[in-house]
Design a protein around this ligand. Structure first.
Ligand SMILES: [Zn+2]
Length: 137
């Protein structure tokens, strides 16, 4: 983070501090039923939005499976914004390390885009000399 951002938004704090809900209030997923995890996940996700945190899950990702991610998020330090949206990404755009296999489209699209870009570049490199006459300037 740059100094300017820090000046504008303040220091990162733990989510439990920001929301005033201690991590100890969130039981480990294995102690909860699917229904309980689903209920908690949707409540916590709504709560986080009040604090301007938007967790970027794939749209069709089952709600109860989100609970462990949200629980981990509670220990993380983030800068709390007083306006706007702070989007939290879990997928770091590498298909093989994606936390949402079978659901995530982001890394899939990026992998396809990279492949596509490489194709274009290869083609351009091959055509470079003959293309020169077609340039509009
Ligand atoms: Zn992904």
């Amino acid at each position: 983070m740059s100094h300017v951002e820090k000046y504008l938004y303040g220091d990162p704090e733990e989510i439990s501090t920001i929301t005033r809900i201690g991590c100890e209030l969130l039981p480990p997923p294995e102690k909860l039923t699917t229904d309980q995890q689903e209920l908690l996940a949707s409540k916590l996700e709504n709560l986080l939005q009040l604090f301007h945190f938007y967790l970027d899950f794939p749209q069709n990702y089952p709600v109860h499976l989100r609970y462990p991610f949200i629980r981990n998020f509670w220990n993380e330090k983030h800068v709390s914004l007083s306006f706007g949206e702070s989007h939290i990404e879990f997928c770091d755009f590498e298909e093989e390390n994606c936390p949402f296999p079978g659901y995530c489209k982001t890394c899939q699209e990026i992998a396809e885009q990279i492949k596509y870009d490489e194709e274009i570049e290869k083609r351009n490199r091959g055509n470079n000399l003959s293309d020169e006459e077609d340039l509009p300037f």
